[in-house]
Design a protein around this ligand. Structure first.
Ligand code: AOF
Ligand code: ZN
Length: 333
């Protein structure tokens, strides 16, 4: 494997350690390679805190002339809450930088790279660009549109049902799939459900283990029992009841620094999000079981005619325990 790709994959792995912790900043990873070996690593852990480059370079007393810095994102070039990383790179005498993708933040976009090149630093861009862009897609969406990135998670039977005729849904998918849902929750800044789901399932919506994550727990619709876990457990201060249109709820969350919303149901909420074109990514867990005609459909309320039905594109398929995980994105017509 190309050595740049190999080191950038590690930088992306480091960046992922910060996913779900950095709002409204992007997760970023950095590492320094000297004489073919990684000598230091770092990632961005919290907005307002040191950037990935700072966390990486603070551990290195002296940087050799042949050192290469790998960063999953273009380094910042102006002072925000922290000083510009381009200055640090120049101060530390780094002569070669490899970057995953450009920073969509208009304050930086391309500037950081130009600044380094003008100062004579060799900058290689676009290594693992697709993966690097996918990782910061929620940051980019909020930065550029003022709306959060929405992942719609659905646990379904093979015939597309999310609950039996009596509304019971625990459990359709197996334990391994549910473990992966915890991973999805750790990557999100807010977990969104409809009030009906809270009344039916009384979910906690907390990532377990939380690993430092404190996502907002958002209920669309205000009528949930006072005894619900969302209103009584240790994270009750993180619960928001929002009785508004789905667009207004998402716009409000973006104002609260939320970049990535994980929507966990039910079918009517899925339908509203899809009909409003607000889903960026589908995370579907499909169990090898059937519920038949009276079960609740994964997309509730009004459907489409064949000629106008929404199309998805499958990005990844994975067998998880007895279930299948499908990562899909909407196809923009
Ligand atoms: C980097 N490395 O690890 C991150 C970057 O307010 P500040 O100073 O923290 O700046 C935030 C902006 O910096 C953020 O909007 C994004 O453009 C960039 N994030 N840049 O070089 C990092 N997290
Ligand atoms: Zn920076």
């Amino acid at each position: 494997m190309d050595k740049h790709v190999q080191f950038m994959r590690r930088a992306l792995e480091l960046a992922r350690l910060g996913e779900g912790l950095t709002r409204p900043n992007p997760p970023v990873g950095a590492l320094l390679v000297q004489n073919g070996k990684i000598t230091s690593e770092g990632f961005h852990k919290k907005a307002g805190g040191p950037h990935a480059e700072v966390n990486c370079l603070k551990k290195v007393p002296k940087v050799g002339k042949t050192a290469t810095l790998y960063i999953s994102l273009e380094p910042c070039s102006t002072s925000g809450r922290t000083p510009p990383c381009t200055e640090l790179i120049l101060e530390r005498g780094i002569r070669r930088v490899v970057v995953g993708c450009l920073d969509p933040n208009p304050a930086h976009a391309g500037r950081g790279i130009r600044k380094l090149r003008r100062a004579g630093v060799e900058v290689i861009t676009g290594v693992c660009r697709k993966e690097a862009e996918a990782l910061i897609a929620p940051f980019a969406k909020r930065m550029l549109t003022g709306m959060p990135y929405v992942t719609l998670k659905l646990g379904i039977t093979l015939d597309g049902k999310i609950a039996d005729a009596s509304g019971k849904s625990q459990w359709i998918t197996g334990p391994q799939a549910r473990k992966k849902v915890q991973e999805l929750r750790r990557r999100a800044d807010a977990i969104l459900v409809g009030a009906g789901t809270v009344r039916a399932d009384d979910p906690s919506l907390l990532p377990r283990p939380a690993k430092g994550r404190t996502p907002w727990r958002v209920v669309a619709g205000s009528t949930i029992p006072k005894t619900s876990k969302l209103l009584t457990d240790e994270a009750a201060a993180q619960t928001l009841l929002m009785d508004d249109s789905i667009e207004m709820i998402l716009a409000d969350l973006a104002k609260r620094d939320v970049m990535h919303v994980l929507c966990e149901g039910g079918g009517e909420m899925a339908g509203s999000l899809i009909r409003a074109g607000l889903v960026d990514e589908f995370a579907i867990f499909m169990a090898p079981s059937l519920l038949g005609g009276e079960g609740f459909p994964m997309v509730g309320k009004k459907g489409w005619a064949l000629k106008s039905m929404p199309h998805l594109s499958f990005h990844a398929l994975e067998k998880i325990g007895d279930d299948v995980f499908i990562q899909a994105v909407p196809v923009k017509e």
